[in-house]
Ligand binder design. Structure first.
Ligand code: AKG
Length: 248
C-alpha cells in the first residue's frame, strides 16, 4: 500500500519541496490550529448551505457529478486568516518549488455530500506544452485543507502518484487525516473525488499558488479594499492580482 509522502524524507522546507516536486504532493508535518479550523468550518457552512439551496449539485463542470459542490470562498474573516492564506510553512515550501514571486490566484472549495460517487480521474491543470513529452518543473500548486476529519468512508480526495496518466488499475492514495491537515499538490497531479459513504459532508478549501506568469482563469480571490489593506506586506505581494473592490 502506498503512503502519502510526509516529512519523513526531511522536515525542512527544502526536504518537503523535494518530495512535492518528485511525487506531485506532500502532506505537511503541522496542521492548522483546531480553533482556526472550527472558525473556518463555522464560517464556511452557511456559504455552502446558501450555495446548495441556489444551485444544482452537478453545476460547475462535467467532473462535479451529483452531490458535489464547488463554492468560491470570499476573502474576509475568518477566511483571510494569515495562518491559512499566508501560512509560513506553506510559503517556505512553495518558494522552493515556485520561486520567490509566487502569487495566490484561486480561492475555492470542494464538498462531496453523503451520496457523492467517484469523479472521473482528472488533472486541475493541463500540461503547458502537451505536444512535448517531458515533465516540466511545477508552476502551480494547490493547498487543500479539510474542515472535518477525513477517513476512508467520508469521500477523501484520491491521488495518483507521480507524473503521467495513471496506469489502468493504478492504486490511488486517499488524502486522510484530522481536520486542518495541509496537503500541497501539483496542479497537474491526477486525482479524483471518491464516494462519501458517511452521514456528513466533507468540505475542503483549495487555494492555488502559482508562478507569476500563470493564469488559472476562475476563482480569483475577491476582497474589498479594507481587507487588502489589512494584509501584511507579504500578503499584498501574494494577492497582488486579486480582485479588489471598493471598501464598504
Ligand atoms: O474534493 C474532492 O474530493 C475532489 C474535487 C475535485 O477534484 C474537483 O472537483 O475537480
Amino acid at each position: 500500500m502506498a503512503h502519502l509522502p510526509t516529512a519523513a524524507s526531511g522536515p525542512t522546507a527544502e526536504g518537503l519541496a523535494a518530495v512535492l516536486a518528485a511525487e506531485g504532493w506532500v502532506v505537511l508535518p503541522e496542521r492548522l490550529p483546531i480553533e482556526l479550523v472550527s472558525a473556518l468550518r463555522e464560517g464556511f457552512l452557511p456559504l455552502l448551505e446558501r450555495h446548495v439551496s441556489e444551485r444544482q449539485p452537478h453545476e460547475g463542470g462535467p467532473n462535479r457529478g451529483v452531490e458535489r459542490y464547488g463554492v468560491f470562498v470570499p476573502f474576509r474573516p475568518p477566511f483571510d486568516d494569515p495562518r491559512l492564506v499566508e501560512n509560513p510553512m506553506v510559503l517556505d515550501v512553495l518558494e522552493n518549488v515556485l520561486g520567490p514571486d509566487l502569487e495566490c490566484s484561486y480561492f475555492g472549495s470542494d464538498t462531496p455530500f453523503p451520496g457523492a460517487e467517484f469523479q472521473p480521474v482528472h488533472q486541475d491543470g493541463e500540461p503547458l506544452f502537451p505536444e512535448w513529452n517531458a515533465h516540466l518543473p511545477p508552476y502551480a500548486v494547490i493547498l487543500n485543507v479539510c474542515l472535518v476529519d477525513v477517513y476512508r468512508h467520508r469521500g477523501p480526495l484520491e491521488l495518483f502518484p507521480g507524473p503521467g496518466v495513471p496506469a489502468p488499475g493504478a492504486d490511488p492514495v486517499p488524502f486522510l487525516g484530522p481536520a486542518g491537515t495541509l496537503l500541497l499538490r501539483d496542479i497537474r497531479l491526477w486525482h479524483r473525488g471518491s464516494p462519501n459513504r458517511s452521514d456528513r459532508a466533507r468540505p475542503m478549501l483549495s487555494l492555488l499558488y502559482n508562478r507569476p506568469w500563470f493564469r488559472f482563469g476562475i476563482g480569483r480571490p475577491t476582497m474589498n479594499r479594507s481587507h487588502y489593506e489589512a494584509l501584511s506586506q507579504r500578503g499584498r505581494t501574494l494577492f497582488r492580482n486579486a480582485c479588489v473592490t471598493p471598501a464598504g
